[in-house]
Structure formats: C-alpha cells, structure tokens
Design a protein around this ligand. Structure first.
Ligand code: ATP
Ligand code: MG
Length: 473
C-alpha cells in the first residue's frame, strides 16, 4: 500500500535522497506513522531507521538542509538527532537487540529492517514507511499493526513473555497506550504483564513516573489505573492506592471502596482540569484512609485525620518515586490536607467567616481546591449530587464576594509588628504574636473589617485587656 500522503513534508524527500546517495535504505517508523494513521496531529519527534549507519545518514541529511543544522551525536546509543524547524529527527541504524536479566539495556548488533521491527514494543509502533525513491511511501507492516489500530488492540510483535521480561518498561507503556488511545491490551499480553510484574524493579523510578503522568493526563485515567490494578503492578508502584481497595463489613455496616471511588474522582477531574498536579492530588486525596480506618461501635467506620495523615504520605510517596520535592509536592500536600474542608463547610449554612477561613488557609489554591471537591462528588443519588453541586456553587460565589470585600487571599496583617511594638513600647516578645493573632482572628470571624484603622483600634483594646501600657509619643 502507498502512504505518500503521510510523508508529503519536503523533509522526507530530502532524507530519502540523502539515503540513496549513501546507498542505504531509510524508513520512518514508530509513533509518527501510528499517529498519522490515527489521524492525530503529526508528532514532532520523528524516528528514522537506516539500514546502515544512522549517524552517517544524519550527517548527510544535515548537509542538504538549509542552514546546515547541527547534528547531535549520541555515540553510546548509536543515534543522531537533528532539529529542523519544529521537528526533531532522530536517526538510528537498524538493530537487533538481546537482553540480560538484570538490565533493560540491550546488547545491540547491526540488523535488518525486520530485526528492527521485531525489537519494537507493540505492533502499532512497528509500522514503517519507506523514504528512498524506490519505495517512497510504501508501508511495511509485518505484524498487522494496521488491523490492531482498526481493532484497538495493544499487541507485541513477538512472544509477550519475552518482550515484557526483556524490557519491563514496556508493561507501563502498554498500559499507558491503552489509557491514551482507549485500547484493549491483548489477553496474552495482560497475562504476561501479570507474570512479569515484579520485574518492574529494574525500571528507573523516573521512567515509571513519566508513564504514570501520561496515564494521568489521558482523557480517562481510570483505564490505566484499572489495568495497573488488574495486572497487580499497582502493588509495586503505588501500594498506597492498592491499600484503599476493598470493602469491610462489621455489624452490618460497610464503608465505600475508596480505590474505585478514587478512580471516579480522577476521571471527573480529568474533565475539568489539565493541571497534572491537581490530577495527582485527586489520585492521592484519600490515601490516608487506609492507615486511619477504624470501626467504632457507636459511629461506625471512621477515617479520623486521614487528610493530615494522607498529606504526610504524599511526601514519602514523592520521595520514593523520585518525584520533585518542591512546590508541586507542597501543592499536592495542601490539596490532600484540605480536601474535606469545602465539603464540611457546605454541609452547613455557608457563613462568611467559614469562607474567609477557607480562603485564608488555601490562598491562591482555593479554586483548585473547589475543583477537587467537585470532582470528589461520586454519589449515585441524583438528589444528593444536585444538592452538593449547588452548595459548592454557593461557596464559589461567596469566595468571590468575600474576597472582593475582605482581600483575605495572601493575607497581610493590617497592623505590623513594628507598629504594635511602638505603640506599647515593647521589645520583640510573645505579646506581639498574641496581638497579631487576635487581630487576624477578629478579621476572619468578621468582628472587624480587614482595614488598618479598625485593626489599630482593636489592637489598643486588646493591649489594654492584656495590661499593656500605651506609650504616648
Ligand atoms: P509518544 O512519543 O507519544 O510517547 P512513541 O511511540 O513515539 O509515543 P517514543 O518513546 O517516542 O514513543 O518511542 C518511539 C518508538 O520507539 C516507539 O514507537 C517504538 O517503536 C519504539 N520504542 C520506544 N520505547 C520502546 C521500548 N521500551 N521497547 C521497544 N520499543 C520502543
Ligand atoms: Mg515519539
């Protein structure tokens, strides 16, 4: 079949001619071909395989391109990269790979196109299109990848047991593609992943997290997490989530399955935000529930302080997975810590002071927190769902009103420490902190407005109560 259209960008002619000049064949392979056939926006990273030296071909191509772009050569990998406009062209020589037990880095030998297609992870990633003049636009699809695209199936070119055992990262990639494309993983593959799950330990944490992030950023992340659960990879990667799974019953009282609930929350939030870290917060918002679960004869199941415990667990989880321990982590912690606040608040009559406290504690993240809490509504009772959503609308509206009036976000004390010291002729001491705290409390509770003069008078009154002497200038 002819796929000239896929390669109508002039760069592909240039590459084909350069390859001919060197007397090698060259193919475009992998993600670009797959995404073209899926009618997705064309990928900007383009993988090219030469039946010969990829590095030599890259040099030849660069010579023929306007401005003679730089060729970055990665000798250890036998690859070369050229940046041309918004494209990244990655050249590699066709290779045959063999693996050792303890590493996902293969021993590499020169090979044919077939060898190179055999080493690819999935049939849909092994599709190649010829670029030389004699086979320009000819599709080579030895494993029926086209059919698998049609049938929405993830399948490995070779025996899946070997494919996944050789490079266990492919287990994560299979699940990630299933989530991104909404595909099924072939049964044989699923079984092989389950069998090889413990081999995930030879994959670096960073690569695992890359794939987790891609699953989280897909339209329906639950597809990926269900597969991680089904293949039992979840226990190795995110045991905190695995621990949420299951329902216990004591004296006829049950709690909800917090794992499946969490997946619903993540799917919900995927519809309203593309913020990766907010999606992480949704994934982790209930992790404190496993270690805090108790049964009390009078009140039934409780998860006392699970938000606090959960936020502590976020740090350990990020650290274990070599994720950034920076403001992103702190953001996720804050979301987990505060994840029940808007719900508690909206169950009651929504008062201004409760909203002020919420804004004070959440600061700039208050909208993100509301987004998380809205996603957290997974009740199947339509009346309840409607009521919760309506209450959250009221909270959101009140946040805007209160903020306009009281400017609580990024709160700055309206009376400074220096002013307090001067008025009462104090040295730095704990009295100053007490007065500042009292002013803040008075503002949040609505006793006084967030203004200097009102706060100043309140300070005088408070100081008097504390027996401080007013120092006249
Ligand atoms: P995306 O770029 O959307 O993540 P992709 O399929 O292009 O998807 P890349 O990581 O860019 O993924 O890899 C390019 C190609 O290299 C793949 O299409 C596949 O043929 C091959 N490949 C990548 N990683 C592996 C692997 N671990 N095992 C075997 N083949 C792989
Ligand atoms: Mg790619």
């Amino acid at each position: 079949m002819n796929y000239k259209q896929a390669i109508d960008h002039p760069i592909f002619k240039t590459i084909g001619n350069a390859a001919d000049e060197l007397g090698v064949d060259c193919y475009i392979i992998g993600g670009f071909v797959r995404d073209y056939l899926l009618k997705k926006e064309s990928a900007k990273d383009i993988d090219l395989v030469a039946i010969g030296s990829g590095i030599e071909l890259a040099k030849k191509v660069a010579e023929r391109l306007p401005g003679k772009p730089k060729v970055s050569i990665f000798k250890n990998f036998g690859t070369a990269m050229i940046k041309h406009k918004d494209l990244e062209l990655e050249f590699v020589g066709a290779r045959r790979e063999s693996y050792q037990r303890d590493s996902r880095k293969p021993i590499v030998e020169d090979g044919s196109l077939e060898d190179d297609q055999n080493r690819r992870d999935f049939t849909i990633n092994a599709l190649a299109i010829g670029l030389n003049p004699h086979n320009h636009g000819v599709l080579l699809d030895p494993f029926n990848g086209i059919d698998d695209l049609e049938n929405k199936i993830i399948r490995t070119p070779l025996d899946p047991n070997i494919t996944y055992s050789d490079d266990p990262l492919r287990m994560m990639r299979a699940i990630r593609f299933a989530a991104q494309l909404n595909y099924e993983i072939e049964l044989k593959s699923l079984q092989a992943i389950t069998e090889n799950k413990e081999r995930i330990h030879i994959v670096s944490k960073e690569r695992i997290v890359d794939e987790l992030n891609k699953i989280l950023m897909s339209n329906k992340p639950s597809i990926g997490f269900k597969l991680l659960h089904q293949t039992e990879l979840l226990s190795y990667i995110l045991p905190e989530l695995k621990a949420l799974q299951g329902i216990e019953e004591i004296e006829g009282q049950m709690h909800k399955d917090n794992f499946w609930h969490t997946l619903e929350v993540v799917d919900n939030i995927a519809k309203t935000t593309d913020n990766l870290w907010l999606r992480w917060a949704a994934l982790l918002h209930d992790i404190g529930k496993a270690p805090t679960k108790r049964f009390d004869k009078k009140i039934g199941w409780t998860f006392h302080a699970h938000e606090f415990v959960g936020s502590k667990m976020v740090y350990k989880l990020f650290k274990r997975l070599h994720m950034p321990l920076n403001d992103k982590m702190k953001f996720v912690q804050k979301m987990v810590l505060m994840s029940s606040r808007p719900i508690i608040l909206s169950e009651d009559h929504v008062t201004d002071s409760a909203v002020r406290r919420l804004v004070f504690d959440a600061g700039d993240y208050v909208e993100d927190l509301m987004t998380l809490c809205e996603a957290d509504i997974t009740t199947k009772n339509p009346r309840k769902q409607k009521r919760y959503l309506k209450n959250f609308q009221i909270v959101r509206q009140k946040i805007i009103e209160v903020e306009e009036r009281d400017r609580i976000r990024n709160f700055q004390p309206p009376v400074s420490g220096e002013e307090i010291m001067k008025v009462f002729n104090l040295r730095p001491s704990k009295e100053i902190g007490i007065i500042k705290e009292a002013i803040k409390e008075a503002i949040l509770s609505g006793k006084i407005p967030n203004e200097h003069d009102a706060a100043y008078n309140y300070m005088l009154q408070k100081g008097l109560e504390m027996g401080l002497k007013y120092s006249k200038k």
